[in-house]
Design a protein around this ligand. Structure first.
Ligand SMILES: *Cc1c(COP(=O)(O)O)cnc(C)c1O
Length: 451
């Protein structure tokens, strides 16, 4: 056991040490390796060292998503201590979905969730679940809102998003059984945030047409630009209209730890439910999302069914039975992955790291403005969307070329998106491993590739 563990740990140590030097993206031999990995299950075993070599080789290809140059999509990084938490959780293999099989482990998870609730001033009756990511959290949120406000004939229910809302919300609505056309797209203002007046009008129109508006989904940090909807104003509309107010704060939620973030997210504490993704701005490894619900019993009502074979297990007491709040029964002890780093480092470390990322996005923003790029939105969080407006020729093609050149340099990986029909480049700083030096390198690479 020790030898195998030490060998795995050596791999991890070497990989993390090399992260700053690894190419930000390199398909290299990874597709060839992928082809060789299409094989039948072996009848007989293989030696451990050889298998670790395969793992290392597999990790070498594609994006270095744990590294400092990963500025594409919404990064996270992956804290080392959370990886150790996963090792402990898997090796100890405690069952946390019903509390009395592992009361203290379930409490560790409940405590970590409570810390997230505290961040948003949620009352003691609030409950939450750790999910595999923001998509599953949004799914459970839609089902919770549906169960709370509609009956079983819910097909006339309508919900409200914008064209900047993450697609996982529309996907959640579809999985929850709603017709596609009942996901309404509310117009945005120039800031790419939901227009509360337009929302109120659409709700009234839908009511007049005999449909049943029940849910508005605000964004606290859109994926495209990090825009934060006017949450307070949306909460007002939701309250006046009797709608469930869900905030998708998958990306922006953890910035609530900072003073600037709290000011920006004002009103989020009024949400009926909040999605956040600790595997983004809390730097955890992939596989950690969270859904918080202000009125805990509502979350339970949407997810709980009795099962005879669980009759020996205690009703929940001070410790929740997580399975009663979630689509899942058996799963990993994922709370340890969140609890350990907060205990080890303290919230101050997260606060400082997030403040640094907010600063870095501002650095990138002003450097890109200075370099003559079109940067239409000042970053509210840590995403900067920009493009070159060429003197002549196809602007979209010019920016796609720019993106290819920057990424081919291997020091940073940026991504692109379409905003209002225009091709835009994105630079998103979230990883705990990204600091000023790498952001400056990114700017340099963008400038040099623009010639
Ligand atoms: C990333 C993201 C999601 C989806 O979360 P996953 O963890 O990728 O499932 C949802 N909403 C927003 C705003 C996001 O940034």
């Amino acid at each position: 056991m020790r030898e195998m563990g030490m060998a795995a740990l050596s791999l991890v140590e070497a990989y993390i040490r090399d992260l700053p030097h690894l190419p930000a993206f390199d398909l290299g031999g990874a597709t060839d390796l992928a082809a060789r990995l299409r094989e039948p299950a072996p009848e007989h075993g293989t030696d451990w060292d050889g298998l670790l070599e395969t793992v290392a080789a597999a990790a070498a290809g594609g994006a270095t998503s744990a590294g400092p140059g990963y500025l594409a999509y919404v990064p996270g990084g992956g804290l080392y201590v959370s990886a150790l938490a996963d090792l402990l959780a898997a090796a100890l293999n405690k069952y946390v979905s019903v509390w009395n099989l592992a009361p203290a482990c379930a409490q560790i998870e409940a405590t970590a969730i409570r810390w997230l609730c505290d961040l948003f001033g949620y009352p003691p009756a609030a409950r939450g679940i750790l999910t595999s990511g923001g998509s599953m959290a949004n799914f459970s949120a839609v089902v919770t809102a549906r169960t709370a406000l509609l009956d079983e004939d819910f097909l006339d229910g309508t919900l409200y998003v914008t064209d900047q809302t993450h697609a996982s919300s529309a996907k959640a609505a579809r999985l929850a059984g709603f017709p596609r056309a009942h996901v309404r797209t509310v117009p945005t203002l120039g800031s790419l945030t939901m227009d509360p007046k337009a929302l109120a009008r659409m709700v009234a129109d839908d009511r007049a047409a005999g449909r049943r508006p029940f849910l508005v989904i605000g964004s606290a940090g859109t994926t495209n630009t990090g825009a934060v909807d006017p949450l307070d104003a949306l909460a007002d509309v939701a309250r006046a209209e009797g709608l469930w107010f869900h905030v998708d704060a998958a990306y922006g939620g953890p910035f609530q730890l900072t003073e600037r973030g709290r000011a920006l997210l004002r009103g989020i504490e009024r949400a009926d439910s909040i999605t956040l993704d600790p595997h983004k701005a809390m730097f955890l490894p992939y596989g950690t999302g969270a859904l918080l619900v202000r009125d805990g019993p509502r979350l339970r009502q949407a997810h709980h069914l009795d099962a005879h074979y669980l009759q020996d297990l205690g009703a929940e007491d001070d410790i929740p039975n997580f399975t009663e709040y979630s689509p899942e029964l058996t799963r990993d002890f994922r709370g340890l992955r969140l609890w350990l780093p907060i205990k080890l480092h303290g919230l101050a470390a997260f606060r400082e790291a997030l403040d640094e990322k907010l600063d870095l996005a501002r650095v990138a923003h002003s450097a890109l403005v200075d370099a003559g790029f079109e940067v239409p939105w000042e970053p509210s969080l840590t995403t900067v969307a920009f493009r070159r407006v060429p003197g002549d020729g196809d602007a979209d093609a010019c920016n796609a070329r720019l993106l290819r050149r920057v990424n081919a340099g291997g020091r940073v990986l940026l991504s692109s998106t379409m905003i209002g029909g225009t091709y835009m480049l994105r630079l998103c700083v979230v990883s705990h491993r990204t600091h000023l030096d790498r952001v400056e390198e990114a700017i340099e690479a963008i400038r040099n590739s623009d010639r």
